[in-house]
Design a binder for this molecule. Sequence first.
Ligand code: BJW
Length: 256
Amino acid sequence: MDIQRAAKKITRAKHLVISTGAGVSAESGVPTFRDALDGLWAKYDPQMLATPQAFRANPKLVWDWYWYRRELVEKTRPNPGHYAIAALEKLLPEVTLITQNVDHHHQQAGNKNIITLHGSLFAYKCANNCQGEPTSVEVSRLTWKPEDAPPTCPYCGKGKVRPDVVWFGEALPEANLRRAFELARTCDVMLLVGTSNVVYPAARLPIEALYQGAFVIEINSNPTDLTPRMSVFLQGKSGDILPQLVEAVREELGAE
Ligand code: BJW
């Protein structure tokens, strides 16, 4: 069976890289981006909310939308999929998690070795990066009225404070991106979970891994454009499949 085949490869991996997207948090109640009915982009226009141009044109709208999402995520918790990924980090010698997610659920579930590609809903910076990239701002220490949002940068007094997430057209954090590509090119097994694989440069990670001969396992509730190239495709909810996969890995480890 495919789960057993995947578990065998994972158990014997020299370096397992796990790459996750919004689907892994869907069962926590965090909306994905591109799911047709309940994805964020089915209701909101990304060009109006997730670009630097949108923030310049309407900072309050963008700020309020991110604040609303932060509050929504704060009400949610990691799900069995996140905990299964954290268990893999404990069970196996070399595991690195690369995530596009900004919700911190992997950190809350217990993963330590994490590379974040698209920032965090809980971090903020000066929009002008007045002290260098990124000029982090601790928003809880600022006094500001919601109606006057976004607050002004406490360092330069000019730039507006913005969420430290990566918007369309912006560069990803350089060191994180470099490390993610190094790992994709050198890992022997990659587990790709809950991403539509349409947003670059993250979408290139599984392709790089495949080029280098890695065994790539995809878990998704729906096939993606990359599915035909996968070594194994496990179709279903990550909160169902990942715990089964971890159970099978434990059995493999016990059998060795
Ligand atoms: C389940 C499930 C369950 C559901 N279990 N599965 C090359 C070609 C074409 C375009 C480009 C290119 N290079 C760059 C671009 C432009 C652009 C891009 O990729 N556009 C494409 C959309 C065409 N990329 C960029 O602009 C990036 N920047 C860049 O390249 O800069 C270059 C540069 C260099 C130097 C200087 C300056 C610039 C930046 C991309 C930033 C993406 N930002 C966002 C928002 C983050 C903040 C926020 O949260 O608001 O990141 S957009 C959004 O998409 C978010 C996500 O991280 C990202 C990926 O989405 P993800 O995670 O895959 O979610 P979904 O919803 O798409 O998919 C969910 C999947 O889960 C589905 O498959 C479901 O089936 C599945 N699922 N429930 C398992 N229970």
